[in-house]
Design a binder for this molecule. Structure first.
Ligand SMILES: Cc1cc2nc3c(=O)[nH]c(=O)nc-3n(C[C@H](O)[C@H](O)[C@H](O)COP(=O)(O)O)c2cc1C
Length: 149
């Protein structure tokens, strides 16, 4: 059974709600979860170990920026470029297709973690808040994520 750190990028709370639902689903599957509603870069990097798994739930805001709660984390990740070879991860990108920069922050998160050497467990999910049922889509994706652990 895995211990999963759930990193949340939210401004108006939709992604926090989604992340809480996913934590419940992971726990029901027998895994433990640790919520990071304002991910702390130093703490998360220092805590990395060969069993580390991150589930990043990332809303885009501004012009494709990370939502407020993860802005600092993203800035530090880009600045310091740590080696993440011990990390496994999955990303759920939350956005709205009416923006040209659709899901840009989630896509950046997914790409950055791979560039820094982390192992992508499955292809990232994109949730279009104007078209999709976020609960259903993320829950189905999470079933595949769980199988990949
Ligand atoms: C001011 C503003 C800017 C946004 N910019 C983007 C964007 O660049 N790309 C995108 O895909 N979605 C964008 N969105 C849509 C949000 O990602 C979407 O509303 C999401 O549900 C917000 O999640 P949150 O409640 O967790 O913050 C924007 C929304 C707002 C209100």
């Amino acid at each position: 059974m895995a211990a999963i750190d759930i990193l949340v990028a939210t401004t108006s709370g939709n992604t926090e709600y989604l992340a809480d639902q996913l934590a419940n689903q992971l726990q029901q599957a027998g895994h433990s979860t640790n919520m990071h509603y304002e991910p702390d870069y130093s703490n998360l990097i220092e805590a990395l170990n060969p069993n580390s798994v991150w589930l990043c739930c990332v809303a885009s805001h501004g012009a494709g920026d990370y939502a407020d709660s993860m802005l600092d984390f993203a800035e530090e990740l880009h600045q310091h470029k740590p080696s993440l070879t011990r990390l496994k991860y999955g990303v759920i990108a939350v956005g709205d297709s009416c923006y040209d920069t659709y899901c840009a922050a989630g896509r950046d998160c997914d790409a950055m973690l791979a560039i820094l050497g982390a192992k992508r467990l499955i292809t990232h999910l994109e949730i279009d808040m104007s078209q999709d049922d976020p609960d259903e889509k993320s829950s189905t994706w999470l079933e595949t994520f769980i199988k990949s652990l």
